[in-house]
Design a protein around this ligand. Structure first.
Ligand SMILES: NC(=O)c1ccc[n+]([C@@H]2O[C@H](COP(=O)([O-])OP(=O)(O)OC[C@H]3O[C@@H](n4cnc5c(N)ncnc54)[C@H](OP(=O)(O)O)[C@@H]3O)[C@@H](O)[C@H]2O)c1
Length: 310
């Protein structure tokens, strides 16, 4: 699996055409992992970019590692296969290198529901319902439509609850991961079970809408010790965040539509590593709070967003 990928969630800021142009540019620059999801609403445009890259000989299908994710409103019986086939059709591919369960909740993300309001259809995590989605992914694996199963937005207790029941173990886990939220216990559990961590929001997602942030959130790239380490290496703080993720054993998937940014993000992973002291300083920071709180998934009776993450 490639050591870095290009994210494709444009937030409210970037449209599908800009993102597909960035995917094309990023692959030409050397990226091989493309992190897609049906809910990002841009798989058809990305599929067109991939088709062009195959036709002009930049890469072959087997050179790429393309992943997608089933969204929360396609968790019913038979719906995971339909969602996966839709993604394959949009991306113009015969198989995905991995397919993630985007969130471990069989919930709707109700239209018009944003981070300030609860989704009236939300329910707490249910192992049985999660496993019914997982079984459908196992079927897709057996059919050859996906080459690996991924989980995402999981916690230690949820992963421990479901792992013994997985007939085909997950190979990847996407988790929020940056110097201001390091998920040490979850990464240790993944290591024990041979599940590769993939770090999303590796730069602290600076272009994410305000609704996902609370005033106590620290922007990873603005933390003084990250800026100090960046200055010592003569690089942007983004480079420190990416090196930290990679040296911690994760695969970061930074997003950018700007060639100067995505090219630099790739180059930094190949330049001098952070020292042991620098890694230790980042790991010792008291700031350790998630940015993506998932308030929208709060169910009736839940007191606040922390209940989602038990
Ligand atoms: N599984 C999940 O639930 C989940 C959740 C969130 C994200 N993801 C995936 O993870 C990917 C990355 O997360 P993200 O997009 O939220 O956040 P991110 O990668 O941490 O931040 C992206 C932003 O960082 C800035 N940036 C990128 N390179 C930079 C550089 N070299 N120097 C300075 N600024 C730079 C850009 O801001 P400007 O645009 O302002 O330049 C860009 O929009 C997503 O695109 C998506 O594929 C998955």
């Amino acid at each position: 699996m490639p050591g870095i990928g290009i994210g494709t969630f444009g937030s409210d800021k970037y449209n599908a055409e800009q993102i597909s142009a960035a995917v094309k540019g990023a692959v030409k620059a050397g990226y091989r992992l493309i992190d897609c999801a049906e809910v990002y609403g841009n798989e058809r445009e990305i599929g067109r970019a991939l088709g062009e890259l195959f036709r002009d000989g930049t890469v072959k299908r087997e050179d790429l590692f393309v992943v997608s994710k089933v969204w929360n409103d396609h968790h019913g019986e038979g719906e995971v296969k339909k969602a996966c086939c839709n993604s394959l059709d949009a991306l113009g591919l015969d198989f995905l290198d991995a397919y993630y369960i985007h969130w471990p909740f069989p919930n709707y993300h109700a239209p018009g529901c944003d981070g300030d309001s609860r989704n009236p259809d939300s329910k707490p995590f249910s192992k049985e319902e999660f496993l019914s989605v997982y079984r459908q992914c196992e079927e897709l694996y057996r059919e050859g439509k996906i080459r690996g199963i991924g989980v995402s937005n999981m916690t230690v207790s949820k992963l421990e609850a479901v792992l013994p029941e997985c007939e085909i173990p997950p190979v990847l886990i996407e988790m929020e991961l940056h110097p201001a939220f390091r998920q040490k216990e979850l990464r240790a559990l993944c290591k024990k079970h041979g599940i590769q961590p993939v770090g999303f929001c590796p730069l602290g997602s600076p272009s994410r809408p305000e609704r996902d942030r609370t005033p106590e959130d620290l922007a990873a790239m603005e933390m003084p010790h990250i800026q100090k380490i960046a200055a010592a290496h003569g690089i942007h703080p983004a480079g420190v965040c990416l090196k930290w993720a990679a040296q911690s054993g994760a695969v970061p998937i930074p997003f950018s539509v700007k060639p100067a940014q995505y090219e630099a993000n790739l180059a930094w992973l190949c330049s001098d590593p952070l020292t042991e002291e620098e890694m230790a300083e980042i790991d010792a920071s008291p700031a350790d709070c998630r940015l993506i709180k998932g308030q929208v998934f709060l169910w009736e009776g839940a007191s606040d967003w922390r209940e989602i993450w038990t």
